[in-house]
Ligand binder design. Sequence first.
Ligand SMILES: [Zn+2]
Length: 142
Amino acid sequence: MINNHCSRANCKEPAHLAELCKRHYEKKYWPKHRVYAILADMEPKAVKIGISAKPRMRMAGMQVDCPVTLDLLGDIPGSLELEARLHSLLSDYKIRGEWFWYEGEAKRVADAIAASNEKIIREFLARQDQSFEGKLKAISEG
Ligand SMILES: [Zn+2]
């Protein structure tokens, strides 16, 4: 019999992975997750938006197989959800995987991560939500 609810006591959320809901899964397996921005020194410049508990170690691992110099611009407290939202909202700048052209909104988001300015990130997400709601409204109103 499969239990479809989070296995934590008093948690009624649906199970996501490992019989835990999303929030408890992240708490257990991603206790100190950071959303980071890593800049690749090439022309034009590219930036990787990713998530790791140890961004600097993550970058050191990547640098071994990378011909251009990488630079950890910065990292902020994050979640898998935040990473996924940023990836989808920056899709216009996507090169491949988690790499984006360092320009426009992608540059603004990366620079906000570099400055540990979570306010700019929140505002960016809110603006995108609004423009999405606006589009839906325009469609429903014909
Ligand atoms: Zn739970």
